[in-house]
Ligand binder design. Structure first.
Ligand code: IVH
Length: 683
């Protein structure tokens, strides 16, 4: 690389980091790994220290992070939200300890915590009630997003306890658990929406949504890790953590008091791999001096406290060769490029495939076949390609030519304006789309015909028995009985035989019959209209009541429905303009599926049989969705609470309920009832 003057390099890094910050905070896009970002920031910090005359006012090192979003009111933080100085080096953690001890003397205690990878949050409680939830913004001013914060289940709306002060500020991290992130992305994939990059971006994007209902649906959570008040209420950070926990905040139990730097190191090492067992993303650990008096003594730099430091784990990454690209076609026809790589060991698993999202991503990375690429694994299941090692590019590197026709059926691909994905328009004839649509139709949230899962649809499609959902209802005992297929797992070589024997066939026919009772909104969702996920399907069904009214609706009428935008409206119109879809609906009607929601149900208290009782509902139920069961409890005078405590009257336990809940309820002596027992309580 040619020598650059410090001035030019400072300018280059400033611009680059400002741009990346903007992309990250405003557009929820992270173009580089955290490690690369931090390395650039460190380089800039060092250059600025050596050449203070070139430091600009808008240098990313002068700011704590983020920019302010326009849509929510901006408020000034009572206590600025600082950041932590961080390091990837164990030696620097030891140096931190030495610096601390120079000021505090030899007696010092540390609190080690996990560094949760989400979005920093400030909560204000006034007389015990949550009065504000504010993002960090630029550290001095943040966005007041209280309505969205209120939807986070682990943020108490009222603090509990005798010693709750008149005003207190709680600091913590809002995050999206991995399983929620994966479920939401799966849903987005099903309706042809762009996927969210990682749980942290999903969290920051979600917190900025205007619609707090949608925020609630995204099931964010929060861990509290700090307490601020004037005057200070406690003598140490650990006492604050205990108080937060007592008052009802969600404090991760992973924190530990350490009195020597060796204990701190042991904590760092212990969590290096153990953190991957957690249901949420963490990217390091935070070491904090426990005593507030000592914290005061140590003080602050302009950006961060001198009494704390973050040690960040290096992202698990590996370099390997890109062998080629596979193009997968999904249910909606969206084409997803997948990187096929020379197998490489990464965080204990062999990785050979990674999603590349779309053509833009390939272009952004500047990827060529036979390139050496960096593959990174966060906590998410799917690894990602984060960079190309251009300096290692071999002579035989080949440019990637994005296909112009469908890799499965050969139809010319199309790209809608403003969208990143290519689509195969051959909805009715493209095999993966046909199969995908049927799989969607039978899925749990749609028609719930799970006895047709696990390869059975594939078999029916291959046999030419079914190409459209209505064909399922033509199936008879005689056509199904005796069908057989052997599946071979390419990786393990293990074979699995699917045979349609008496019980299997009877179960399938029974499930098909039962699915005719599924309400209209589920049928509508099952049709798989692009952009019509289950929430949208519910809204449309409730508004139009039946399929004929929905079909007759103009685009204007569709847009008039709360929360239905132009994109959904156009997609619904397009669906009904296709006569083969109209034909499908008529065939489903003929088979007796519910295409009408019936009279408007007025929910009124059904009884007061459950008055004075509190309930926690957990697991999966045969006769109710979880929401329906909760509504039934409320309609009969009962109250739903979010967590299991001694005071809880009943835990209604469904199938597949988490063992930890069951254990907690049992240990606290809470009464546990099954769905049947609950029904008897109402009878
Ligand atoms: S203490 C003075 N504790 O890491 C700063 N921060 O740069 C006090 N974070 O975005 C922060 N886990 O939101 C603290 N256990 C933890 C944390 C934590 C995650 C985040 C924080 C901020 C960043 C610090």
């Amino acid at each position: 690389m040619p020598e650059q003057t410090p001035e030019a390099r400072i300018l280059e890094l400033t611009n680059k980091l400002n741009y990346l910050n903007y992309q990250y905070y405003q557009n929820s896009v992270s173009e580089v790994s955290d490690y690369e970002f931090d390395q650039m920031l460190l380089e800039l910090q060092k250059l600025e220290e050596e050449n203070p005359q070139f430091r600009s006012d808008n240098s990313p090192t002068q700011r704590v992070g983020g920019t302010i979003t326009k849509h929510f009111p901006t408020v000034k933080h009572k206590y600025p939200m600082l950041s932590l100085s961080n390091t990837y080096s164990e030696d620097e953690v030891r140096e931190f300890d030495t610096r601390v001890r120079k000021v505090t003397g030899d007696y010092v205690e540390y609190i080690c915590e996990l560094k949760f990878d989400g979005v920093a949050m400030s909560l204000t409680y006034t007389n015990g009630a949550l009065t504000a939830g504010v993002t960090r913004g630029d550290g001095t001013r943040g966005d007041d997003i209280t309505p969205n914060v209120r939807t986070i289940r682990t943020v108490p709306l009222h603090l509990q306890g005798e010693d709750v002060p008149a005003e207190v500020e709680v600091r913590g991290e809002v995050f999206m658990p991995f399983h929620v992130f994966e479920e939401l992305n799966k849903e987005r994939e099903e309706i042809g929406e762009a996927l969210m990059a990682n749980p942290r971006n999903a969290t920051s994007g979600t917190l900025k949504l205007q619609d707090s209902k949608e925020v609630a649906r995204r099931r964010l959570s929060m861990y509290a890790y700090g307490l601020l008040s004037t005057p200070t209420l406690f003598e140490s950070h650990s006492q604050s953590l205990e108080a937060l926990q007592r008052w009802g905040l969600n404090v991760s139990s992973s924190w530990r008091k350490c009195s020597t730097i060796e204990e701190v190191m042991a904590f760092i090492h212990e969590w290096e791999t153990k953190r991957f067992e957690l249901p949420i993303a963490t990217d390091g650990i935070v070491v904090k001096v426990n005593s507030y008096a000592q914290q005061e003594e140590l003080g602050y730099t302009a950006k961060s406290p001198r009494w704390a430091m973050a040690y960040k784990y290096k992202a698990m990454e590996a370099v390997t060769e890109l062998l080629g690209i596979e193009y997968n076609v999904g249910r909606t026809g969206a084409v997803t490029p997948v990187a096929l790589m020379k197998p490489v060991l990464l965080a204990g698993t062999t990785v050979k495939r990674a999603s590349l999202h779309n053509a833009n991503e390939i272009e952004r990375l500047g990827l060529m076949v036979h390139d050496f690429v960096t593959v990174e694994k966060g906590g998410e299941i799917i690894p990602k390609v984060t960079a190309v090692k251009t300096e290692l590019r071999p002579a035989n590197a080949e440019p990637i030519v994005y296909p112009s026709v469908c890799p499965s059926c050969g139809t010319a691909l199309i790209r809608h304006e403003g969208e990143a994905n290519h689509y195969c328009p051959n909805e009715k004839g493209c095999p993966p789309q046909v199969k995908g649509k049927l799989e969607h139709f039978i899925s749990r949230k749609a028609m719930n015909i799970l006895s047709l899962g696990e390869g059975k649809i594939e078999l029916l499609v291959e046999q030419g028995l079914v190409t459209s959902p209505d064909h399922l209802y033509d199936l008879t005992y005689d056509t199904l009985f005796g069908l057989k297929k052997t599946f071979v797992n390419e990786e393990t070589g293990i074979t699995r035989v699917v045979t349609f024997q008496k019980t299997t066939v009877e179960n399938i026919l029974k499930a098909l019959e039962k699915s005719k009772e599924a309400p209209f909104d589920r049928v509508l969702f099952a049709l798989g209209i692009r952009f019509v996920g289950n929430t949208v399907a519910q809204k449309l069904a409730q508004y139009f009541r039946n399929i004929d009214a929905l079909r007759a609706a103009t685009e204007e009428e569709l847009i008039a429905v709360p929360e239905i935008g132009g994109r959904i409206a156009a997609s619904v119109r397009e669906y009904f303009q296709d006569l083969s879809n109209v034909h499908l609906i008529e065939r489903l009607r003929f088979h007796g599926l519910q295409l009408d929601l019936g009279e408007i149900a007025i929910i009124e208290p059904a009884s007061d049989k459950l008055a004075g009782l509190t309930f926690v509902v957990s697991g999966v139920f045969a006769g109710y969705s979880r929401e329906e069961l909760q509504d039934t409890i409320i309609a009969n005078g009962g109250k739903i609470v979010s967590s299991i405590s001694k005071k809880l009257s009943y835990l209604v336990a469904g199938e597949k309920m988490g063992p930890s809940k069951l254990e907690k309820a049992t240990s606290l002596g809470v009464k546990i009832v099954t769905e049947d027992e609950f029904n008897k309580m109402l009878a």
